[in-house]
Design a protein around this ligand. Structure first.
Ligand code: CAA
Length: 288
């Protein structure tokens, strides 16, 4: 059962992968994270340590828990290291070809025919990832939110081939082991959150583009007027403007809704390398 998994696998140690590793290890479960790129593995480990120290400073994690949590994390460079896992969460870059090749390889290396293969994708249809394997009934979407240790939600996304048993095991793991609130969505572009959130972010970009209000005022309006922790442009920078644009493109391709068309300003910013926090500049300057 995934809900009492002894070792969970995570593929990819970027922002989302390292966050997923953190919540699994903090839940008391051993985790092997596969990151083929040595530099990315080092940065992921540093991000994990920084986040854990922040949790200690905020009183969310006991100081004496730090070493045991880190001790539960093993970093590997090959998917073969996951062969005995009963649950693997894929969190590599949002590239369909890359994700499909990871799923095909996981299908080959996972010894147990019962193992659950989950994807943290925010926009690629789960059905396409399932079709890359010979066990489509074991494939499911498990979409986490950034920062993973802070955000309480997991979107659980079965595709047409996902078995009821797989859904239940992934649901039990996210809910009972990771203590996340689980919402279910059908396998449609944007699932629940991004289908609501991304048109809102695009509308904020359009407001700035049309001169209706400044970046700072749009954000201040939603923070002070609606108690959002971040305004939409701040949040777009946080998510990554390239990611926002690529989710918008996926939504538009499926829904043909003009609210999902990426505004020219967003496209130009992405083409200019202004990607938000990750590149140091987006709607705001991000130092350090
Ligand atoms: N572990 C546990 N708790 C942690 C932590 C960690 N590693 N790091 C921070 N926290 C806690 C803090 O203790 C604090 O808790 P309290 O409220 O109980 O005091 C809380 O998290 C907030 O942390 P900070 O005070 O350090 O930071 P902040 O107040 O500036 O908030 C933020 C930062 C959490 C990012 C907040 O601005 C926020 O919620 N922003 C919105 C984020 C959001 O919408 N994310 C979803 C993006 S969409 C997505 O991810 C999906 C997609 O597909 C695009």
């Amino acid at each position: 059962m995934a809900s009492d998994a002894r070792r969970v696998g995570v593929v990819g140690c970027g922002l989302m992968g390292s966050g997923i590793v953190e919540v699994v290890a903090r839940a008391g479960v051993a985790v092997t994270v596969v990151e083929a790129d040595g530099d990315a593995a080092r940065r992921g480990r540093e991000r994990l340590e920084r986040s854990l120290r922040r949790a200690v400073a905020a009183g969310k994690l006991a100081e004496q828990e730090l070493a045991p949590v880190l001790g539960r994390v093993e970093v590997a460079s090959s998917l073969a290291a996951l062969s005995t896992c009963e649950l693997v969460v894929e969190a590599v870059a949002e590239d369909e070809g890359l994700k499909c090749s990871v799923f095909a390889e996981l299908d080959r290396v996972l010894a147990s025919s019962e193992a659950v293969l989950a994807s943290n994708t925010s926009s690629i249809p789960i059905a396409r990832l399932a079709a890359a394997t010979a066990r489509p009934e074991r494939v499911v979407g498990m979409h986490f939110f950034n920062p993973v240790p802070v955000m309480g939600l997991v979107e659980l996304v079965p595709c047409l081939s996902t078995s009821e048993g797989t859904i239940e095991r992934a649901d039990a793991f996210a809910r009972d082991v990771l203590s996340k609130r689980v919402v279910r969505s059908v396998d449609r572009a944007g699932f629940v959150v991004n289908a609501l959130l991304v048109p809102y972010l695009l509308a904020a970009v359009r407001m700035v583009e049309s001169g209706l209000a400044s970046v700072e005022d749009v954000d201040a309006a939603m923070r002070a007027g609606c108690a959002h922790p971040m305004g939409p442009l701040e949040l777009a920078d946080f998510i990554g403007l390239d990611t926002v644009k690529s989710i918008a493109d996926v939504l538009y391709a499926e829904l043909r809704d003009s609210a999902c068309v990426a505004p020219a300003l967003l496209s130009r910013m992405v083409e200019s390398g202004r990607l938000g926090r990750k590149s140091g500049r987006g709607f705001y300057e991000h130092g350090g």
